[in-house]
Ligand binder design. Sequence first.
Ligand code: FES
Length: 135
Amino acid sequence: MSLETDTSIKEAAVKKPGTFQVRVENLDKTIEVNTASLPLGDTGKAGSILDILLHAGVEIDHACGGVCACATCHVYVKEGSETCPAAEEDENDMLDMAPDLKSNSRLACQCVPTGEKDIVVEIPSWNRNYAREGA
Ligand code: FES
């Protein structure tokens, strides 16, 4: 049995049904999400990355209040993006105005992961000074 196989067996064993993790890579923070508890708040789409981050005390910028009108909640989805439905036209239009756009850019308020896999996100460097963990 290879090391890779061993690792996937361990990961499968610790994943609880109805839960997934959102890891904010550049804040070294991992958030455990219970899909039965979504939405966690009322900002952004129900169960969106923004909803999850704000509930966990990660105060990422969200100038328009999560209604897809500012692009300040721009994040990079580095792993697990296959569990995020494709961006709709409104999100893509807003992303076109975001700085440092990459192929894995998403608006945190519009991106709703299914929870089938853990995801890893990065907050862009221009937003990183703003993003912080709440008390
Ligand atoms: S918070 Fe404004 S577009 Fe997401």
